[in-house]
Every structure is written in structure tokens, then in C-alpha cells.
Design a binder for this molecule. Structure first.
Ligand SMILES: *Cc1c(COP(=O)(O)O)cnc(C)c1O
Length: 371
């Protein structure tokens, strides 16, 4: 059995107690199981700071992308038009989903190290009244940048548009006032900051907006409205649910509560992240995103100049010693990434920084650490 810890942004390292829940086979139409689904839905509403009479939760089989796709294929009518704000690969993916589904799409692109500008979005909305929806990413996992959903939400709501947020790698790890910001659809998945395992995504929906989705979807399995209609009756999923994953997620929610809720988890992640960046700087490795926009989830690092090793070499060295890191994904710089979410503590961050330091010293590359 390999037992290395994941410093990746999901799937991530989960607790033994979360993994143990998956040793039970559960019947999908059993009342006890349906009650677990209902409890999860209720918990998620509370984590999102929304009122139960205004918002609802839909769980959707598949990875996070399936959740994003279910929102777009269900909430955009043929006459609707979406503005997608893009500053990374996940923003690109949202735009690709909209275009592939034949939706009228316009894209506002920023450099991958810049956040989408609310003022620019305001002007785009003013210039093109055909736009009905705005979609954006909260934590752009491509780089680790944290986009400003409050500022963008404000201009989107002032313009009276539907606001869709992919908070895949932030929900549960960064506190989001979903109702206060006025988000209509926000999506995350089981294997990110709630610290469950992969298998479904969840969409927190403003009920008035969800009701408008009825009959829109040209996909049967990704129909958000139909999924909700069935699930809302008594917690029975429309098609086979990932039972083991659901049990693990229910446990993960309990453990999030036991940790002290999102506030406490965010604090741990922020401390992990600050320690990581500080130690890497000491070794002479700098983050790609400037400090003001760096999120607490994952960090993109620039390799030291004139590096004499490959990512694969460094990856193998670190994995042998118990951790998995992540290759870079930004297009304009040579980088690698280290995530600090999941069952990860300062001790882990220090260990992996020690390893990188030793690896660079062995390569004669650790100019800054005096080795
Ligand atoms: C993880 C992630 C997704 C979903 O990716 P899947 O591979 O489909 O789970 C979408 N957006 C962001 C920002 C993510 O971090």
C-alpha cells in the first residue's frame, strides 16, 4: 500500500476515519441512507451562510466539472448569453463547456497572474445588454490566485444578472457568504476542502433561479432541475449514487465541524500556506502570484534560475520520502505547485520544505540556503 500524503488540490489527504466509512455497503433507497443525503444538503446550506427558504443544494454524480456543466446546461436558455471571466485553466474550461453546449458565450480574459477586474466586467455588461449570466472561478487552482467574487458579485447583481461561481477548490476552506454576495449557483466537489473523497459535486442554488431551469437541459444526466426535483422529495438520488463517497463525505462534514468549522480550517490552511511560502523564499524559490492575490489553497512556484533537474526528478525524490507535489499549469512560466489543503499540518509543510532544500543542495542549486 502506498501511503504518501498529497500536496495536491484534490483529491487530497483524508483522515483514516473518513476512509473507514467506505468499508460499508449501503442500500441507495434505504431510509437511513436517504437521511444521510438530506443531512449533507442541510449542512452545506449552513456552511454557505444561506437561508433554507431561499437556497437549496443539489448533489451531482461525477467530478467537479460535471457540476459546473450541469449548471451551465441547465441554467442557460437558448436565448441567454454568458460572460465567462477567465484567468486560468478552470475559467477556460467553464467557457469551453458553455461553447460546447452551444450557449452564447463571451469571454473576458486576464493574464493568469491577474484577477478579473470588477470595473471591466461592469463595462462589458453595460455594453452588451444581451448578457444574462456571469461565470467565474473563486480560487483559480491553475495558479493559486484568489479572485474577488465580492467585488464582481456586486456589479453582477447591480446589473441584475445571474451569478455562477466555481468555488471548487475554496468552498469549505475559505468562508464564503453566498447569500450576502448574491451568488445564484456555487459549486464545489466532495474531494476538495471539505476533505472527502472524489465521486460527486454539490451545487448550492438560489431556488428562484433553479426553478427557472426546468426543461432547459439537453442532457438527461446533468439536468440540475430534474436532479433536484427527485432528491428534494426525500433524499433519494435520481440515478445510482456513489454510496461509499457519500458516507465518507458525511463523516468529513462532522470532522470539519469538530475542527471548529470553516473559520478554523481556513486558519490552518492560511498558516500552512504562509509557512510554505516563507520557507520556500528562504530556499530561494519565489511564488508566481504576488502576495496580495495569493490564495491559501495552493501555490505556484517558479523554479530557481538555470535549474539542472526535471520536475519528474524532484517529484520522485519527494514521493520516495512520503509526499506528492504537483506540476505547474500556468502557460507563461516554468513552474511547479504545492497544495496545502487536506489533512496537512505545519509539520508536513516543514518536512516537504526540508526535502526540497536537501534535493536542491544535492543538485548544487541551493544558492540561497547556504548549503
Ligand atoms: C478541481 C477543480 C475543478 C473540477 O475538476 P475535476 O477534475 O472535474 O474534479 C473545477 N474548478 C476548479 C477551480 C478546481 O480546482
Amino acid at each position: 500500500m502506498n501511503t504518501y500524503k498529497l500536496l495536491t488540490p484534490g483529491p487530497l489527504t483524508t483522515t483514516e476515519t473518513v476512509k473507514n466509512q467506505m468499508l460499508v455497503d449501503h442500500c441507495t433507497w434505504d431510509d437511513e441512507y436517504k437521511a444521510i443525503t438530506q443531512k449533507i444538503r442541510k449542512e452545506l446550506l449552513s456552511l454557505a451562510h444561506v437561508s433554507e427558504d431561499q437556497y437549496t443544494v443539489v448533489l451531482m454524480q461525477g467530478s467537479g466539472t460535471f457540476g459546473v456543466e450541469s449548471i451551465l446546461v441547465s441554467s442557460l436558455k437558448a436565448t441567454d448569453k454568458i460572460l465567462v471571466c477567465v484567468n486560468g485553466a478552470y475559467g477556460e474550461r467553464m467557457a469551453e463547456i458553455a461553447q460546447c453546449a452551444g450557449k452564447k458565450t463571451i469571454i473576458y480574459r486576464e493574464e493568469y497572474n491577474k484577477i478579473p477586474d470588477a470595473e471591466i466586467i461592469k463595462n462589458i455588461l453595460k455594453a452588451d445588454p444581451e448578457i444574462t449570466h456571469v461565470g467565474m472561478i473563486h480560487s483559480e487552482t491553475t495558479s493559486g490566485i484568489l479572485n474577488d467574487i465580492e467585488a464582481v458579485g456586486k456589479v453582477v447583481k447591480e446589473a441584475g444578472k445571474t451569478f455562477i461561481v466555481d468555488a471548487m477548490s475554496s468552498f469549505g476552506g475559505i468562508d464564503i457568504d453566498v447569500e450576502g454576495i448574491g451568488i445564484d449557483f456555487i459549486v464545489s466537489s466532495a474531494n476538495k476542502c471539505v476533505q472527502g473523497v472524489p465521486g460527486f459535486s454539490y451545487i448550492i442554488c438560489k431556488q428562484l433561479e433553479l426553478i427557472k431551469c426546468k426543461g432547459n437541459s439537453r442532457s438527461v444526466s446533468l439536468d440540475l432541475y430534474a436532479q433536484w426535483e427527485t432528491m428534494d422529495k426525500d433524499g433519494k438520488w435520481r440515478f445510482t449514487s456513489p454510496t461509499h463517497v457519500v458516507l465518507a463525505f458525511a463523516q468529513a462534514l462532522e470532522e470539519l465541524k469538530a475542527e471548529g468549522g470553516i473559520e478554523a480550517r481556513e486558519k490552518r490552511y492560511r498558516e500552512n500556506n504562509a509557512q510554505l511560502i516563507q520557507r520556500m523564499k528562504k530556499i530561494g524559490i519565489r511564488p508566481y502570484i504576488e502576495a496580495t492575490h495569493q490564495g491559501p489553497i495552493i501555490t505556484t512556484f517558479l523554479y530557481p534560475e538555470n535549474k539542472n533537474f526535471s520536475f519528474e526528478e524532484m517529484y520522485a525524490y519527494i514521493k520516495e520520502r512520503g509526499y506528492a507535489i504537483y506540476p505547474g499549469k500556468v502557460t507563461d512560466a516554468d513552474t511547479f505547485r504545492i497544495g496545502n489543503i487536506g489533512e496537512i499540518y505545519l509539520e508536513d509543510i516543514n518536512k516537504v520544505c526540508d526535502m526540497i532544500e536537501a534535493f536542491l543542495a544535492a543538485k548544487n542549486m541551493c544558492h540561497a540556503c547556504g548549503l
